[in-house]
Design a protein around this ligand. Structure first.
Ligand code: HEM
Length: 88
């Protein structure tokens, strides 16, 4: 299924770094978490640290056991195409 997802470049991803337009990469997948933000048990500011960038490291640091895959199913917008180490 993931092969059918649109590709999202770094240039596109970094534009969505605002609370009312917030995308992030998790394990290579790109999520629009704008609607999820206010439901994050760790709070909005905490989650906003990963806005417009790769959240995988922080996610694993705080709660690698959380089932983001099922929680964010409706938020999936694409798969990241590029080098996550070059993201902000
Ligand atoms: C807590 C989901 C990303 C920081 C939680 C919890 C969930 C969750 C379900 C509650 C866990 C529990 O109590 O067992 C998510 C999802 C994320 C995400 C779906 C992906 C979009 C992040 C990121 C950070 C973060 C990127 C850090 C920058 C935290 C912290 C808590 C927390 C600090 C602990 C809150 C507390 O118990 O006081 N998150 N999270 N999360 N999250 Fe996230």
């Amino acid at each position: 299924a993931s092969v059918r997802l649109p590709k999202v470049t770094a240039e596109e991803l970094v534009k969505h770094n605002k609370q009312n337009d917030c995308w992030m990469v998790l394990f290579g997948q790109v999520y629009d978490i704008t609607q999820y933000l206010e439901y994050h048990p760790g709070g909005v500011p905490e989650l906003m640290r990963a806005a417009g960038t790769d959240a995988t490291g922080l996610f694993n640091q705080y709660h690698s056991w959380v089932n983001y895959n099922s929680m964010l199913k409706a938020c999936l917008v694409g798969r990241f195409e590029g080098d996550t180490t070059k993201l902000p």
